[in-house]
Design a protein around this ligand. Structure first.
Ligand SMILES: [Zn+2]
Length: 210
């Protein structure tokens, strides 16, 4: 430190801080910087050692390992960066996925919460997001319905038609999804609990949920 200060060229933050402290001290004092051997009974040095020991022994003191000087990083910053890294990886996996997700443009926020929901809710949401729901369009394709059309007669009974457009379910849609008729983008942004509530109220999946 002393050698570095003498060189007149400051290359690190810790040196700059040291330099500034000495300058401030020198405003009203005569300051002599002198090297002393450590652990040799010099009172100031012993006090500094004692304070350092006390600090590192404290219960709430974060421990750091690695080459000094240690630059402390707040736990929140580390957590935020880990989260960002995981989100990025999630997006990559999504982009490279071969599965086609027609209804959702990207990974859903908070999808992890699906796992914590009941098995019933998880099944409903899987139907919804995959588009393979027990509705006429899909049932017809696998031979379980005579027609792909919806009862309303306006369109094929798909997940988008059922959740967003079918006039037979305007009431349930208004109650649980807050819109009478919606566009398909609503499925990606709706609360999962609201989607589940709407599906349960519409009773259209019930045969497959028993
Ligand atoms: Zn319909």
């Amino acid at each position: 430190m002393i050698t570095a200060l003498q060189s007149g060229c400051i290359t690190s933050r810790i040196l700059l801080d040291g330099h500034d402290y000495l300058q401030r001290l020198a405003l009203n004092n005569k300051v002599v910087v002198e090297w002393i051997p450590g652990h040799a009974g010099h009172s100031g040095n012993e006090l500094a050692d004692e304070l350092a020991r006390k600090y590192t022994r404290g219960d709430n003191v974060p421990r750091a390992y690695g080459p000094e000087p240690i630059v402390p990083i707040a736990y929140a910053v580390v957590r935020e960066n880990v989260k960002k890294g995981l989100d990025k990886r999630h997006q990559e996996i999504w982009r490279n996925s071969k599965i086609k997700h027609k209804l959702i443009p990207g990974p859903l926020k908070g999808t992890g919460t699906v796992v914590k929901k009941s098995r019933l809710a998880t099944r409903i949401l899987t139907y919804v997001y995959s588009g393979h729901a027990p509705l006429n369009k899909y049932l017809y394709r696998i031979g379980l319905s005579d027609s792909p059309s919806c009862k309303c007669g306006l369109d094929d009974e798909t997940v988008v038609h059922h959740i967003c457009e079918c006039p037979l379910f305007i009431r349930q849609r208004l109650v649980y999804l807050y819109e009478g008729i919606a566009n398909k983008g609503m499925i990606a942004i709706a609360q999962q609990s609201d989607l589940v509530a709407f599906i349960m109220a519409s009773k259209r999946f019930s045969r497959s949920l028993e």
